[in-house]
Design a protein around this ligand. Structure first.
Ligand code: COA
Length: 183
């Protein structure tokens, strides 16, 4: 079997062919707002709420391996000033913004908070000029995120086994901008 690296695909322009199949969200109808929901951008100096939520949702201190990332975005969702969800993302490469981790407190789930965080993350990535948003997820551990991704028009780009988590992992991507006119 011939192995072709992602870099080679990018350089050869094949990524455009792959990308053609990834749906874009820019024509999506606006969503009804979640009553009282506020989404704010935090800084590294003021992100305690994310550490607390991360620990309570995922049961671990580590949010992501390092915050030393280009275009780091730290989003906090609150209702009546109570932190209820978060999402962290950063630059993966010049085309792709990577949504690294996020979660919503159990008692606030299925109200559209994760969707609102995803919309906000896509806005931040689009504003910074990225063409696609990507995330990885473990469907056996957190099935909701896989269902959310598929329903929101993300395309499955990769499936593998992660030895650290001893679990299968899926990678989803969605376009943020229209493809350049190739006619
Ligand atoms: C996954 C998670 C972020 C979803 O948060 P949420 O605020 O409940 O999600 P939303 O209300 O925005 O869900 C939007 C849609 O996604 C789908 N969805 C979300 N969670 C789901 C679940 N547990 N089961 C089935 N579908 C689900 C549904 O289609 C839902 O729409 P609906 O409620 O109208 O049916 C939340 O369950 C969570 O924090 N889980 C633990 C951590 C986690 O999985 N993080 C992501 C790791 S990659």
């Amino acid at each position: 079997m011939t192995r072709v690296s992602v870099a080679t695909l990018y350089e050869s322009g094949h990524f455009l062919k792959i990308s053609e199949h990834i749906q874009t969200d820019i024509n999506r109808a606006p969503r009804a707002p979640v009553p009282g929901l506020q989404i704010s951008d935090l800084t590294l100096d003021d992100m305690d709420a994310i550490f607390i939520l991360n620990e309570s949702i995922f049961g671990e201190e580590r949010v992501i391996n390092t915050f030393d990332r280009k275009d780091l975005v730290l989003l906090l969702a609150s209702i009546d000033e109570e932190p209820i969800g978060f999402k962290v993302g950063y630059r993966e490469n010049r085309f792709v913004f990577y949504s690294a981790k996020g979660g919503v407190s159990p008692s606030f789930r299925r109200r559209g908070i994760a969707l609102a965080l995803m919309d906000a993350m896509m806005d931040r990535a689009r504003d910074r000029g990225y063409a696609r948003l990507a995330f990885d997820t473990f469907p056996n551990l957190h099935p909701g995120m896989t269902i959310l991704g598929i329903q929101e028009g993300f395309r499955l780009m990769k499936a593998d086994y992660n030895a650290t988590y001893r679990e299968y992992r899926l990678r989803f991507e969605k376009r943020l901008t229209p493809l350049p006119d190739q006619s």
